[in-house]
Design a protein. Structure first.
Length: 158
């Protein structure tokens, strides 16, 4: 596994991946993941991810072109795939996401899978709102969720 840190307007990000793709993108606030002793610094894949993130934060990129290797259960991968289909500048609700994957009663499970997303920003879990349109739950913290939605012009657009 290769890793690097990358500074962004939302704070320092930890990027990690291997030849099969990006596996993690965590914000500094998420203190549950740090490089393991056998991980290696830097990799061209991570340089490309960092470049695309810079473009995103500068308002020059609306879609990422990154090979992903998310891991997770089949259900989690279905939810994460549905997240990737939420367009830049738009939001949705947990219930709508559950509907999209054909599991309309699995709203809480969808919320849990959303919260377990290992590749924040690129797999846009920040685009999912509470039923009443509120900024509920975000591993990077609600101020960062709001910051990302403001960057995309998506507040109030579910």
């Amino acid at each position: 596994m290769h890793y690097r840190y990358h500074d962004s307007p939302t704070g320092r990000l930890l990027l990690a991946g291997d030849e099969s793709g990006l596996r993690m993108l965590y914000m500094d606030l998420e203190q549950r993941h740090y490089p393991e002793p056998d991980w290696h610094r830097d990799h061209p894949l991570l340089d490309d991810v960092a470049r695309q993130l810079d473009q995103y934060f500068a308002g020059q990129r609306k879609r990422f072109e990154v090979r992903l290797n998310t891991g997770g259960t089949e259900f989690q991968r279905q939810v994460w795939q549905a997240l990737l289909e939420i367009p830049y500048g738009r939001t949705t609700y947990y219930a709508e996401l559950a509907q999209r994957i054909g599991r309309p009663k699995a709203i809480r499970a969808v919320g849990a899978a959303n919260g377990a997303n290992p590749i924040s920003i690129i797999v846009p879990c920040h685009r999912v709102l509470g039923r009443d349109g509120s900024l509920t739950g975000y591993a990077g913290g609600l101020p960062r969720k709001e910051q990302l939605l403001r960057l995309e012009g998506a507040l109030g657009l579910a």
